[in-house]
Write a protein of this length. Structure first.
Length: 647
């Protein structure tokens, strides 16, 4: 790539992005001075790290965004990396999906639950915990002292309508808020006490329970005293799950790190009120050359970008980050107060950090054993595909397409993506086929491929305006990355459709294409009359089967979703006074069409927010078969369509 004129690069903080000729972002970086940092890339290649040389060889241009401070550049860099996942940036991922203990503080009657996955607003999270069995045991013990509801919202509303609690109330694991058996003030106090315990502050709770037990005993209320005694024992038993603690009741996070030239394992232990209440494990793919100090900086930014456990006042790290001032400013903004970074050298904190480092070493050892096996298998599969299908390069990105419908209705298409032999679900796409009437897989496939490849051509064109203009918004590139193999689920007919689309868009020489037939697992490629039959036990065939099966699953699941929506809409469609909002609220409140059909007429007309006439009309519709012209074999307003989902 050509070096931009030095005078055109601002001497200001900001973030820069290297892009390839297709407009795909290869690398995102930050700088205190963009002019000095970008200038360091354009020197003798022998003086640059090998990965940097490889990135520059693939880059076509560089763009930048100017910001006000180095801390803002750090935040912008994190946001761009999270959004675009550049190939040459270090990648952090959880070494496993740790469970959290969540409390839905945004609900009228909050409930605790063990959860995994994406964090939601209106929920306070504690953890994460390395052992799901231990946290479930802890929650069970705590419910003996703090009997909060643990039922789903649907079950809660059902018992609220019935006016009586479920079995959990009768075994003393719930205080019965659905039936009004506990006041809001008392319930909120239990929620606050539970969250205080989960935050690590057990001393005040234990002292309060001890005082209540002694008071009950002094009043000769021995039954109450025994109940409080059991609650105190449950709190202490739950607290004993936490094995490690510091001498002082302070809040601190402790980071341990183990690395080699290519990868790193990071463990972060969350200490609250002196006790270890959770931990987070990360695996780092070091696709860029980073010093330990630079790696610590990247990990700190990523871990605390959306930290459910919060940002503590002090963080213990193995080495201080190279841009300490910017990182501290970033963390202080996240916490809403000052944050300090320290490297412990002796005492209890150093001993705890050594424990964290041993955990990182063990996680790193397990990961390398697994990765060695997985990586070698994927590499062999990709090399075999390149050889067997005569591809110009190993297909690092493969896109697979499939269609699904039911007797020509609800036609949908799916696109799944594998990169480096692994599913990349963030790039999956679903298509509603709009121009095909009836059962025509070829026409549906042509529409889907034309839409996807046209989007690739259009988003791959250079954007108007000067590259790197200050404050310029980055264009969406979700379809700009061309596949090294375009795989179709089907036989020779689907292949000819794909070839026709590629030829019409001028992509024949740019995008290799193949199709995989289900019957004998034969692979059809352009220019060969006879199909390719890969060995049954080959890793290349297994990879193609994975792609085909995943595309089929994705298409069928979307088709079922659309069909379910249509059937529900048809069952309640045309009822006077029942618009989309009322229909959605009705289905949500009672849990679906089957639950509505099970209600009596009095129950439907008794819904407070629904006019009685509308409730009666809903009841009549759900218990009267539709006319023959509204569907075949319809009962209760739902078309009882039978048949095979084709795809």
């Amino acid at each position: 790539m050509r070096r931009p004129p030095p005078g055109s690069i601002p001497d200001a903080p900001g973030s820069y992005q290297f892009l390839d000729r297709d407009g795909r972002i290869l690398y995102v970086g930050k700088a205190k001075s963009l002019r000095q940092r970008l200038g360091s890339y354009f020197q003798d290649p022998a003086a640059l790290p090998p990965r940097t040389v490889q990135m520059l060889a693939q880059a076509d241009r560089v763009e930048w965004v100017v910001v006000a401070s180095e801390a803002e550049a750090l935040l912008l860099e994190h946001n761009l990396i999270s959004r675009f996942q550049p190939r040459f940036n270090v990648r952090l991922k959880d070494d496993k999906t740790y469970p959290w203990l969540a409390v839905t503080v945004g609900d009228t009657w909050p409930r605790p639950a063990v959860v995994r996955g994406r964090k939601r607003s209106g929920v306070r999270y504690f953890g994460p915990y390395p052992n799901v069995g231990a946290i479930r045991e802890t929650l069970d013990l705590l419910l003996r002292t703090y009997p909060l509801r643990t039922c789903t919202d649907g079950k809660f509303r059902r018992h609220e309508r019935l006016g009586r609690p479920c079995l959990l109330f009768h075994i003393d694991r719930c205080s019965g808020p659905c039936a009004g058996l506990v006041s809001h003030d008392e319930y909120d106090r239990m929620v606050a006490d539970l969250m205080t315990f989960l935050a690590g502050e057990t001393g005040p709770l234990e002292r309060g329970l001890e005082a209540a037990m002694r008071e009950a005993a002094s009043r000769l209320d021995f039954e109450r005293a025994s109940i409080v005694r059991d609650q105190l024992a449950a709190v202490r038993a739950a607290d004993s799950v936490r094995q490690m603690e510091l001498a002082r009741p302070e809040d601190v996070d402790v980071m341990g790190m183990v690395e080699d030239e290519l990868e790193a394992a990071v463990q972060v232990f969350h200490v609250r009120s002196g006790k270890v209440v959770g931990r987070l494990g990360l695996l780092v793919d070091k696709v860029e050359d980073l010093t330990p100090a630079a790696l610590v900086s990247r990990v700190l930014v990523d871990v605390y970008a959306d930290a459910a456990a919060g940002v503590p006042r002090r963080i213990l790290v193995p080495v201080l980050p190279d841009d300490e001032e910017a990182v501290l400013s970033y963390l202080a903004e996240r916490r809403g107060g000052p944050v300090s970074l320290r490297v412990p050298v002796r005492g209890a904190k150093r001993a705890l950090q050594q424990t964290v480092e041993r955990n990182a070493e063990e996680a790193f050892r397990r990961h390398r054993l697994q990765r060695t096996s997985d990586h070698n298998s994927r590499a062999r599969a990709l090399e075999s595909l390149q050889r067997e299908l005569s591809l110009p390069e190993a297909p690092l990105r493969i896109e697979c397409y499939d269609m699904s419908h039911l007797q020509g209705t609800d036609y949908v298409g799916s696109m799944v993506v594998f990169e480096d032999g692994l599913a990349k679900k963030s790039d999956y796409r679903r298509f509603n086929v709009a121009t095909v009437a009836g059962n025509d897989d070829y026409a549906a496939m042509e529409e889907v491929l034309t839409r996807r490849l046209t989007a690739m051509v259009e988003t791959g064109r250079p954007e108007p305006g000067e590259a790197g203009a200050a404050g310029a918004a980055l264009p969406s590139r979700r379809f700009a990355y061309p596949p090294q193999l375009l795989l179709l689920d089907g036989g020779l007919g689907q292949l000819h459709v794909g070839m026709r689309v590629l030829e019409g868009l001028g992509l024949t020489d740019r995008v290799p294409i193949a199709s995989l037939a289900k019957s004998f697992e034969e692979v059809f490629v352009p220019g060969r009359e006879a199909p390719i039959r890969l060995p049954r036990q080959s890793e290349a065939l297994y990879l193609l089967q994975q792609l085909r099966d995943e595309a089929h699953r994705f298409a069928v699941s979307y088709h079922r979703t659309l069909r379910g929506r249509r059937m529900v809409t048809g069952a309640l469609d045309g009822i006077e006074g029942l618009g989309p909002k009322r229909r959605a609220r009705l289905l949500e409140q009672f849990g679906g069409l089957a639950a509505l059909r099970a209600l009596s007429k009095d129950e439907l007309t008794g819904v407070t927010w629904l006019p009685a006439a509308v409730g009666a009309a809903v009841f009549e519709r759900l218990h009267t078969p539709l006319p023959a012209d509204r569907g075949t074999g319809a009962r209760g307003g739902v078309v009882a369509a039978r048949g095979k989902v084709e795809g």
